[in-house]
Ligand binder design. Structure first.
Ligand code: HEC
Length: 160
């Protein structure tokens, strides 16, 4: 092989390598974007379930609808949802991506946001023995405590 030909071949191999690399980076960028969309959809689904649970408990407290067992099930959902929350807000999932209503402030005040997640987790866990007790007044009181943690976070970090 002549020296010039060998040089050309090397150049072509380099170019092919660069194209592959660019393709790989682009490909993984798309994969990340799809992951973020899935994360947003999943957390919205979970938070909807939390909302439905709060409504069910409210029905029990205010109108005596459902049973104490239903309240326990609803509280279990709150514990589950609050437990998942720490991993549901990766960078790249703020308002503007998909249907996200998560304000960019979450990533500017991450420590405060995380504290509000913990407050929700704590009050949801505190709810377990109270729900098991079945006392309507006590359940109503704890419903208020949990509701306060939802509101505290939404006021700062959820678009309305
Ligand atoms: C630490 C912060 C935080 C806490 C605590 C929290 N939320 Fe949210 N919630 C959010 C954010 C941020 C969004 C917007 C998520 C999105 O659009 O991707 C949201 C969205 C929602 C939605 C809308 C879901 C949809 O369909 O778009 C509901 C319903 C909801 N939350 C209910 C609750 C309830 C009920 C509680 C308490 C039991 C709660 N949240 C606690 C931050 C929080």
């Amino acid at each position: 092989m002549m020296a010039r030909e060998a040089g050309l071949k090397r150049t072509m191999i380099r170019m092919a390598g660069a194209a592959l690399l660019a393709g790989g980076i682009l490909g993984s960028g798309i994969a990340v974007a799809q992951d973020n969309m899935a994360v947003i959809e999943a957390r919205k689904e979970a938070l909807k379930r939390a909302g439905a649970s709060m409504k069910a408990i409210q029905g029990f407290v205010r109108e005596g609808s459902g049973s104490a067992e239903d309240v326990q099930k609803a509280v279990a959902v709150l514990v589950e949802v609050s437990g998942g929350m720490p991993t549901w807000f990766p960078e790249g999932t703020a308002q503007g991506v998909g249907k996200s209503e998560a304000l960019p402030a979450i990533w500017q005040n991450r420590a405060d946001f995380d504290k509000k997640v913990v407050a929700f987790q704590t009050e949801a866990k505190n709810f377990v023995p109270i729900a098991a007790g079945g006392d309507r007044a006590a359940i109503g009181k704890q419903l208020g405590a949990v509701g306060g943690t939802c509101k505290a976070c939404h006021d700062s970090y959820k678009a309305d």
